[in-house]
Design a binder for this molecule. Structure first.
Ligand code: SF4
Length: 254
């Protein structure tokens, strides 16, 4: 499933409410620094016409849509950066965020600004600063075990769990961790990121990161890898209880 425009929706998000989406990636491509085996956009691919919209183009398209929603008296809970890959790969990401915060204040001051990111670029000062300014800085940590991340998220470049946790803790709690729980076998290797060993490492990571919330969910749509097994609502609820016991807020999407 690919998003065919820079601005899409508003759609009813299971986790965020009435959400206007912003896709900073090209419409006919999927570009990410991960290549998750469950990604609902499919595996990474580009074509020769793939180009990202400029910050100016994003701001213009967003303003046009916000203006239209406002004149139709529509309600908006959130402006969400998601789409065909990793939004922080956009070379003008910080500028895009600043423009979005300004437009949000002008048109829907009560709406939140959310970014769904895989956290692979948070070591970049501009990306870190931009994420620190938004309302919902939602960053992925599917596992705190290096081999599991490499198997299920398939980073396309350098990746270290230890470095990622260290960087995540630099937000001083101004971060929401999102984790997708599932199991299966990929390339002949079995995995289950809700196993005891996995949870122990992941909970230790949460203690260091001190997130303001942890979002737990599982598979919802068709996945590029076949035979993946969704974590049951019961599993998600049990994990949530362990997170709550550490003093962190949770949001379970069943
Ligand atoms: S990080 Fe998100 S966009 Fe990137 S491959 Fe994974 S699920 Fe898809």
């Amino acid at each position: 499933m690919l998003f065919e425009s820079t601005i899409f929706g508003p759609i009813k998000s299971r986790r965020l409410g009435n959400s206007l989406g912003v896709n900073l990636l090209p419409p006919q491509a999927k570009i990410c620094s991960f290549d998750c085996i469950y990604c609902e956009c499919g595996y990474n691919f580009t074509n020769k016409d793939s180009h990202m919209p400029t910050a100016k183009e994003v701001a213009q398209a967003l303003e046009q849509k916000l203006c239209e929603l406002k004149s139709n008296d529509e309600h908006l809970d959130v402006i969400t950066f998601a789409g065909n890959g990793e939004p922080t790969l956009h070379p003008e990401f910080e500028q895009v965020i600043d423009d979005t915060l300004r437009l949000r204040d002008d048109y829907f001051p009560e709406a939140k600004v959310s970014v769904l990111s895989n956290a692979t670029l948070i070591m970049k000062p501009t990306v870190f600063a931009a994420l620190n300014r938004i309302d919902n800085n939602i960053l992925k940590l599917d596992s705190a075990v290096e081999e599991t991340v490499k198997l299920i998220n398939q980073p396309t470049g350098h990746y270290s769990v230890e470095e990622t946790i260290e960087q995540l803790s630099r937000f001083n709690g101004n971060v929401i961790i999102q984790t997708l729980f599932f199991s299966g076998t990929f390339n002949g290797v079995p995995f289950d990121n809700s196993s005891d060993k996995e949870l122990q490492a992941w909970l230790e990571a949460l203690k260091r990161i001190k997130p303001k919330q942890v979002m737990l969910y599982s598979l919802d749509r068709e996945t590029p890898a076949k035979g993946l097994i969704k974590a049951t609502p019961d599993i998600l609820r049990k994990i949530a209880l362990q997170v709550q016991a550490l003093g962190f807020d949770t949001l379970v999407t069943e």
